[in-house]
Design a protein around this ligand. Structure first.
Ligand code: NDP
Length: 282
C-alpha cells in the first residue's frame, strides 16, 4: 500500500518533532532547509505532547496523515513502545528518536549515535578508531551513542557516571560490541583519553556543582565533545579548556547529522549538512 498523503497543506507530506518542551527545537528549521535543498515537498512542525499522553499525540498526528516524526525528551522510550518494528540500532539503544510510518505501523529507529559519529569523523576530522575514548554519563543519550562509537573501533571505551551502577550496567550491556568498561570517577585519576564525550546533562540549566571527574583526563592533543549545544561554550567545554583539551565542539553538529539520517529514512535522499550547520552557527 502506498503511504497515505496528508490532507491540507497543499497535500504535502507531513512530519513533526514531538517533545515536551518543544518550542526551543531547531528541528523544523533544519528539516525546512533540507527540504529546500533537496527539492522535497514536505511540511515539518513542532508538536507539544502532554507529559502523560505521548501515544494520544502520535495517534492524532497519524490520523492527520503524519508520515514520520522525530521524538525528543522525554518521550524516546515511549516512542520505542509505540513502534511495532525496530531497527537494530534502536534495539541496541533501547530508545527511538525517529518514527517512520510503514503501511500500517510505526517503524522506530535511533539516529542519535550515527549523528555523533558522522559529526566527529566527517565534520570535525576527529579520529575515533584506535583511540582511547571516555564517555561521561549513562543516561538515554549515552545508551544511544555507545553502539555506533564501538562500531568505529576505538582502542578502548570507558564509561563513567555519577551513579556508578548505571555505568556498570551499560558496560555489561555493550560488552559484546567492543572493548568497553566502566570506571568510577575516583579510579579515573591518572588515566588520560584522546576523546572525552560529555553525555551528561550537567551543562543544562543552572547546575553549578563541580563536575565529579578528576583533573588530567585529557591526553596531549585530546578532543572534548559535549552533546549539549548552546550559543556560548558549555560548562563542560570551559572545564575541558582549563584542563588542556586541544579541540572542543558542542553537539549542534550531532543534531544536524541525526536529522539528516532521519530525512534519509523518510525521503530516501541524504541532504548535505554543511550549509545548514554553518547557517545555524551563524
Ligand atoms: P538523561 O536524563 O537520560 O541522563 C542524564 C545523565 O547526566 C545521567 O548520566 C546523570 O547522572 C548525568 N548528570 C546529570 N547531572 C549531572 C551532574 N551535575 N554531574 C554529573 N552527571 C550528571 O539525559 P540524556 O542522556 O537524554 O541527555 C544528556 C545530554 O545529551 C543532554 O544535555 C541532552 O541535551 C544531550 N543530547 C544531545 C543530542 C544532540 O543531538 N546533540 C541528542 C540527545 C541528547 P546520574 O545517572 O547520576 O543521574
Amino acid at each position: 500500500m502506498a503511504p497515505t498523503r496528508a490532507r491540507g497543506s497543499l497535500l504535502m507530506d507531513r512530519y513533526a518533532v514531538i517533545g515536551n518542551p518543544v518550542a526551543h527545537s531547531k528541528s523544523p528549521q533544519i528539516h525546512a532547509a533540507f527540504a529546500l535543498a533537496t527539492g522535497e515537498a514536505l511540511v515539518y512542525e513542532r508538536l507539544l505532547a502532554p507529559l502523560d499522553d505521548f501515544p494520544g499525540t502520535l495517534a492524532a498526528f497519524r490520523r492527520q496523515g503524519g508520515l514520520g516524526a522525530n521524538v525528543t525528551l522525554p518521550f524516546k522510550l515511549e516512542a520505542y513502545a509505540a513502534a511495532s518494528e525496530h531497527s537494530a540500532r534502536a534495539v541496541q539503544a533501547g530508545a527511538v528518536n525517529t518514527l517512520v510510518w510503514r503501511e500500517d505501523h510505526w517503524f522506530g529507529d535511533n539516529t542519535d549515535g550515527v549523528g555523533l559519529t558522522r559529526d566527529l569523523r566527517q565534520n570535525l576530522g576527529c579520529r575515533v578508531a584506535d583511540q582511547r575514548v571516555l564517555v561521561l554519563g549513562a543516561g538515554g543519550a549515552a545508551r544511544g551513542i555507545l553502539g555506533p562509537l564501538l562500531a568505529v573501533h576505538p582502542r578502548m571505551l570507558v564509561i563513567s557516571n555519577r551513579t556508578v551502577k548505571k555505568a556498570d550496567e551499560l558496560a555489561a550491556l555493550f560488552a559484546e560490541d567492543g572493548p568497553v568498561v566502566s570506571e568510577t570517577a575516583r579510579n579515573l585519576a591518572g588515566q588520560s583519553f584522546d576523546l572525552v564525550i560529555n553525555a551528561t546533562s550537567s551543562s543544562v540549566g543552572e547546575d553549578t556543582h563541580p563536575l565529579p571527574w578528576p583533573a588530567g583526563l585529557f591526553a596531549p592533543g585530546a578532543f572534548a565533545y559535549d552533546l549539549m549545544y548552546a550559543s556560548e561554550p558549555t560548562r563542560f567545554l570551559n572545564w575541558a579548556d582549563q584542563q588542556g583539551a586541544t579541540r572542543r565542539a558542542d553537539g549542534l553538529g550531532m543534531l544536524v547529522e541525526q536529522a539528516a539520517e532521519s530525512f534519509l529514512l523518510w525521503r530516501g535522499v541524504r541532504p548535505e549538512t554543511r550549509a545548514v550547520l554553518d547557517g545555524l552557527r551563524g
